[in-house]
Design a protein around this ligand. Structure first.
Ligand SMILES: Cc1cc2nc3c(=O)[nH]c(=O)nc-3n(C[C@H](O)[C@H](O)[C@H](O)COP(=O)(O)OP(=O)(O)OC[C@H]3O[C@@H](n4cnc5c(N)ncnc54)[C@H](O)[C@@H]3O)c2cc1C
Ligand SMILES: *[C@@H]1O[C@H](CO)[C@@H](O)[C@H](O)[C@H]1NC(C)=O
Ligand SMILES: *[C@@H]1O[C@H](CO)[C@@H](O)[C@H](O)[C@H]1NC(C)=O
Ligand SMILES: *[C@@H]1O[C@H](CO)[C@@H](O)[C@H](O)[C@H]1NC(C)=O
Ligand SMILES: *[C@@H]1O[C@H](CO)[C@@H](O)[C@H](O)[C@H]1NC(C)=O
Length: 616
């Protein structure tokens, strides 16, 4: 047990003092998260003195950045600087169940999309909340730890688009390299490995609702499957990036083991404002960053690697003069290279708030989870309901075009939570559901037992764009996700809802008295409840992002006019600059994006080593 007893006392006291007033649970957790003294003890220290020049500078210590910093600093001759805008990670962030709470802290960039009357209509300001991690570990610290690689056809398609070296056969070794897979049943599978840095496991706890959901899915004809194995279609408990019941962020997995390397410096609370590029030679030579109001320039003799995520990487490229010519000119930014930066913005969305009532006391509810008993259980054994990542428990993949093919290519995922919007007072605030909708639809069922299902679109046809609002690095960019622009996307969501209704009518869930919650969403009352028109309206009101923003610095061959980076992740037209993170995905895979981002980073690090003549 490495958790400090002092910390646990604080958490327990704050939870108990406040259990009658749920708002102060939030305040207690935020306070704990923000207090630096709880910094994870084995995270690399903030470098006190930086060199004037490094071989490599990595911008952003998120999922990808931590991997790259680790792999490049394996070579003791290379000096590596990792720069992160956010703060250190800390113990509170390790508790899987509080995943939803972290979005309310300063460790979240708190982006919002531009208002729309086609999606996110039932959310505050008609805007979708797009949290992103601003902390050592990046979004892998805020995420729900769901670990899915996607389908082999995702990567075969990347290769077909001209991205040599990215077929499934090429990337599988990197997926394996990432993981220390600890699920016994599948351990000897040729798809898994137990030597990697990142621990992948089942959460140690499972609710009775989850058992019934799995059984009902099987009764509906779905096999139980290792969706990270040979085929993807079927149902499974979540495989998660978790070690022994504790969140395994990218930093815990990759940075902590590298903490004693003297050639790796990590700079925290430091926001890169610009990539330094010689305007005539187009050679990258460093970065400028801001820290507590002061500006610094640091040189890179070999390369700068942008791993700032799918919103900040395109923002930084544009601020540095790489982007759509016309757009940059309008903002008064000198253009170094015209490129379609910020386009091809993809995400996974679900129809939110689809709730089922049960008549057994089995669902995950915050007051059942935060008890003396379960805190003690987690404190002493890392087990019990506190180990459930934000209440998510089961997922199911299906391919509506080939419904009987267990080797199908999923266009839909059903993600099941063992609780619902009423199980935790903060969950609705993550999405920003308006008071009007909450009071009318969900408040009346607060005392009841319930669970929730997200029918999630896996292969969206619609894509959006990120644009700068200003050339000031502090001003957040404008985000236009364009959800549902392609009609086919809504059709698939509606099929997903039908599948949910079929599964919930199976005996295993009927045994719990499962019934759909029928109070209509304000704004959708005019449609017959449960008709396609009704669910269409509901999806447009409660449009839930699953936080898989990607694609904004697209990878592609030279012939692809929309490509920003080449298949070795080098920015076209600029020397010494790569992008390695979720923004390079040419097409979003049928996966939660954390595992694919780990893979991209491992592969990207090897390409850098190869290009500098070091054995990968
Ligand atoms: C709430 C939430 C839940 C999610 N749930 C899941 C899930 O369950 N499963 C899953 O697979 N995926 C999930 N995801 C998505 C997944 O976590 C991301 O796709 C993945 O972490 C992206 O990695 P990245 O390296 O591209 O970016 P990030 O991990 O976001 O890293 C970018 C880093 O760069 C830093 N940075 C940005 N700009 C600058 C700058 N100018 N200067 C210095 N530093 C900068 C940021 O602070 C951040 O630390 C979730 C995401 C969120 C936000
Ligand atoms: C993999 O995980 C197991 C179980 O947690 C652990 O014992 C082992 O040391 C890990 N292996 C590596 C290479 O970290
Ligand atoms: C780092 O060094 C300290 C002190 O020598 C040692 O206790 C620790 O195990 C080392 N950590 C790693 C990951 O090598
Ligand atoms: C799938 O299988 C079911 C039951 O075996 C059958 O009724 C149905 O026609 C099949 N569907 C397709 C598209 O093959
Ligand atoms: C749901 O079940 C009905 C009746 O068995 C069937 O016609 C329909 O195809 C099923 N829909 C889905 C999406 O599984």
């Amino acid at each position: 047990m490495i958790r400090s007893i002092f910390f646990w006392r604080c958490l327990m006291i704050s939870v108990f003092i406040s259990s009658s007033r749920q708002q102060s649970i939030l305040e207690g957790v935020i306070k704990l998260v923000m207090e630096g003294e709880y910094q994870a003890s084995s995270e690399p220290e903030d470098a006190q003195r930086l060199y004037a020049e490094y071989d490599f500078i990595v911008v952003g210590a998120g999922t990808a950045g931590c991997v790259i910093a680790n792999r490049l600093s394996e070579n003791p001759k290379w000096k590596v600087l990792l720069i992160e805008a956010g703060r250190p990670e800390n113990y509170v962030m390790d508790l899987p169940i509080v995943a939803n709470y972290l979005q309310f802290t300063e460790s979240n960039w708190k982006y919002k999309t531009e208002p729309s009357d086609k999606y996110c209509m039932g959310l505050d300001g008609q805007q979708c909340n797009w949290p992103r991690g601003k902390v050592i570990g990046g979004s892998s610290v805020l995420n729900y730890m769901i670990y899915t690689r996607g389908n082999r056809r995702d990567y075969d398609n990347w290769e077909k688009l001209g991205n040599t070296g990215w077929s499934f056969a090429d990337v599988l070794p990197y997926f394996k390299k990432v993981e220390n897979f600890t699920i016994d049943e599948y351990k000897n599978s040729e798809y898994h490995n137990d030597k990697g840095y990142l621990s992948v496991s089942y959460p140690p706890y499972k609710s009775k609702v989850a058992d019934a959901i799995i059984e009902a899915s099987q009764q509906n004809g779905f096999p139980y499957v290792d969706y990270n194995g040979a085929t993807q279609v079927g149902v499974s408990r979540l495989q998660v990036s978790m070690r022994d019941g504790v969140r395994e962020s990218s930093s815990r997995a990759y940075l902590h083991p590298a903490r004693n390397r003297s050639n790796l410096h990590v700079k925290k609370f430091a926001m890169v404002t610009k990539i330094l590029i010689d305007p005539t030679t187009k050679q990258t030579y460093g970065v400028e960053f801001e820290r507590f109001g002061r500006f610094y320039s640091i040189k890179a003799s070999k390369e700068v690697i942008l791993s700032s995520g799918a919103i900040n990487s395109p923002q930084l490229l544009m601020l540095s003069g790489i982007g759509p010519k016309k757009h940059l000119k309008e903002l008064g930014i000198p253009v170094l290279k015209h490129a379609r930066v910020g386009f091809n913005l993809m995400d996974h969305i679900a129809l939110g708030g689809l709730t089922f009532m049960i008549d057994k006391p089995y669902s995950l509810r915050i007051e059942r989870i935060l008890t003396t008993e379960s805190l003690g259980m987690y404190l002493n054994h890392h087990k019990g309901p506190i180990s459930v990542p934000g209440g998510c428990e089961v997922l199911l993949f299906t391919d509506f075009e080939h419904p009987n093919d267990t080797d199908g290519y999923p266009d839909m995922e059903l993600l099941f939570q063992g609780g619902s919007l009423v199980s935790d007072p903060l969950l609705r605030k993550d999405f920003g559901i308006t008071d009007q909708i909450y009071e009318k639809v969900y408040k009346p069922i607060e005392p009841a037992d319930s669970f929730m299902v997200f029918p999630m679109l896996m292969r969206p046809k619609s894509s959006g764009r990120i644009m700068l609002k200003s050339k000031n690095y502090k001003v957040k960019p404008m985000i236009f996700p364009n959800y549902f622009a392609d009609k086919k996307d809504m059709d698939t969501i509606l099929k997903g809802v039908r599948l949910v209704l079929n599964i919930t009518s199976q005996p295993a869930l009927q045994k719990l008295g499962t019934k759909i919650h029928t109070l209509p969403i304000p704004g959708c009352e005019k449609y017959t409840f449960a008709s396609d028109e009704y669910f269409n309206c509901m999806a447009r009101h409660l449009t839930f992002t699953i936080y898989h923003q990607s694609g904004t610095c697209k990878m592609g061959p030279k012939s692809d006019k929309k490509a920003v980076v080449d298949p070795r992740l080098r920015v076209y037209g600029i020397k010494g600059l790569r992008v390695i993170d979720a923004s390079i995905m040419p097409v979003i895979p049928a996966a939660h994006t954390n595992a694919p981002t780990f893979m991209i980073a491992e592969k990207g690090a090897d390409m850098i080593k190869e290009d500098w003549g070091m054995k990968a």
